[in-house]
Design a protein around this ligand. Structure first.
Ligand code: SAH
Length: 424
């Protein structure tokens, strides 16, 4: 593949549809393995010809012909990859392919075949393929740069909207877990979907710093501003999701933590399904996990705790009608993680002590976990409510109860304290 001047030609990019089509890979090493993985991902029917085959390659759903390459091996192929460690064999493959007008990629000498493979990145439905006329390192560098921008949502692949009334792509809702608050703790997929969104419906505890990165044309619907007080009722939120999606828009419902952990994500998903609107859930890092982690508390620890429970402390445990089984929790899982419990911490701790948890059980409150103003208060089940109140802690906070709380600290650096002592 050379241009008339002798250098590699700029080339003509195409995307091949190889689904069900025969591709012959000559060679059985690491390059052949890499090529084969890409070919299988494209649905190709891959034949590998090599006397020795990398065990991982042999384990893939391909036809392996364990012998040296011979003329005729390319019969019926749409594409050939010459990736043996012998320039001679690769040249023979390329020559045979050329004679039969089979497109051929030569691994050892890009200009020796009729095609070359670009550096590829995928981000959702978008494929980025970069070629730099025979300078693979440059292709990889550009590919990596573009992929990083797409993944971080710094380069939007959001297509321009179809003109009003025109036939646009169908709308869709993504229930995206935004993580506990630090904008870096959203998933790569969540970040990308946010960058591609036409509409963002956001919760109070979602990583709102990410809203600053949205383009000017993006509609932001604020679903909640104050604790326990939403701007919109759940029904109104559901209606916004369905309405915008029906208008053909890409809707991201940006929620705090994980959408399905005390997030009413299940109701939103059900509303979309009932309205016939395609919807997808993107899991998030729940504060139930991130809270303890940010305080250096492992929720399980070899020899200390082999199980943990995540519980809502939203309702007064001493009142009838609570769906939480406080009796089982008092004597059950080694570690308890309570969400929405700060305002009723006194009652919750009293209930657990009354039902059998020792008042000496180490307990921590992690307030605004992963935010820049995170605070941690340590105590025991008997003292924590008073300590948290004295420290003036406000929600959001997670409460961690159990012997693992003794391990708190390393996340805060060298002057961490072992054992339940006041605030740090
Ligand atoms: N879906 C969320 C939870 C929603 S319920 C998740 O998976 O994290 C709201 C409760 O989550 C708050 O009352 C608090 O207990 C907890 N929470 C959310 N973000 C928090 C944070 N950054 N730090 C501490 N607790 C948090």
């Amino acid at each position: 593949m050379t241009d008339p001047a002798g250098g590699p030609a700029a080339g003509y990019p195409v995307v091949l549809d190889l689904a069900g089509r025969r591709v012959v890979v000559v060679g059985g090493g690491a390059v052949a393995l890499r090529r084969t993985r890409g070919l299988l991902a494209a649905g190709a029917s891959v034949h590998v010809v090599a006397p020795e085959v990398h065990p991982e390659l042999a384990g893939l759903p391909v036809r392996v012909h364990r012998r040296r390459y011979a003329p005729g091996d390319l019969a019926g192929a749409w594409l050939a990859h010459a990736c043996t460690d012998s320039a001679e064999v690769n040249a023979a493959v390329a020559a045979d392919a050329g004679a039969d007008r089979i497109v051929c990629v030569r691994a050892d000498d890009a200009s020796g075949g009729t095609a070359r493979t670009p550096a590829v990145a995928r981000s959702g439905a978008v494929t980025v393929a970069v070629d730099s006329a025979g300078d693979p390192r440059r292709s990889v560098a550009v590919r990596d740069a573009v992929a990083a921008l797409l993944d971080r949502g710094l380069l939007s692949s959001r297509p321009h909207r179809a003109p009003a009334g025109g036939p646009g792509p169908p709308g869709r809702v993504w229930l995206v877990g935004g993580g506990p608050g630090d904008p870096e703790l959203i998933t790569v997929r969540g970040r990308r979907l946010l960058a591609e969104a036409d509409v963002v419906v956001v919760d109070r505890l979602a990583p709102r710093a990410l809203l600053d990165t949205l383009g000017p044309g993006v509609e932001v619907v604020d679903a909640g501003k104050a604790p326990h007080r939403s701007n919109l009722t759940q029904e109104q939120i559901n209606a916004v999701l369905v309405d915008r999606a029906r208008r053909g828009l890409r809707v991201v419902r940006l929620k705090g933590g994980d959408p399905f952990v005390f997030g009413r994500g299940g109701e939103e998903l059900a509303a979309c399904v009932a309205a016939g609107v395609p919807a997808e859930v993107v899991p998030g890092v729940s504060s139930a996990m991130a809270g303890p982690a940010a305080a250096g508390i492992p929720v399980t620890h070899r020899g200390v705790a082999a199980d943990f429970a995540v519980v809502s402390g939203h309702l007064d445990p001493s009142r009838p009608g609570s769906t939480v089984d406080w009796q089982s929790l008092a004597t059950g899982p080694a570690t308890l993680v309570l969400l929405m419990a700060l305002e009723r911490l006194d009652a919750v701790c009293a209930e657990l002590i009354k039902r059998g948890r020792p008042g000496t059980t180490p307990t921590a409150v992690v307030c605004r976990a992963t935010w820049s103003d995170q605070r941690v208060v340590l105590g025991t089940l008997a003292t924590i409510a008073e300590r948290a109140a004295a420290a003036g802690l406000r929600p959001p906070a997670v409460v961690v109860i159990g012997e693992v709380v003794r391990l708190a600290g390393p996340a805060f650096g060298p002057d961490s304290v072992a054992g339940p002592v006041g605030e740090r």
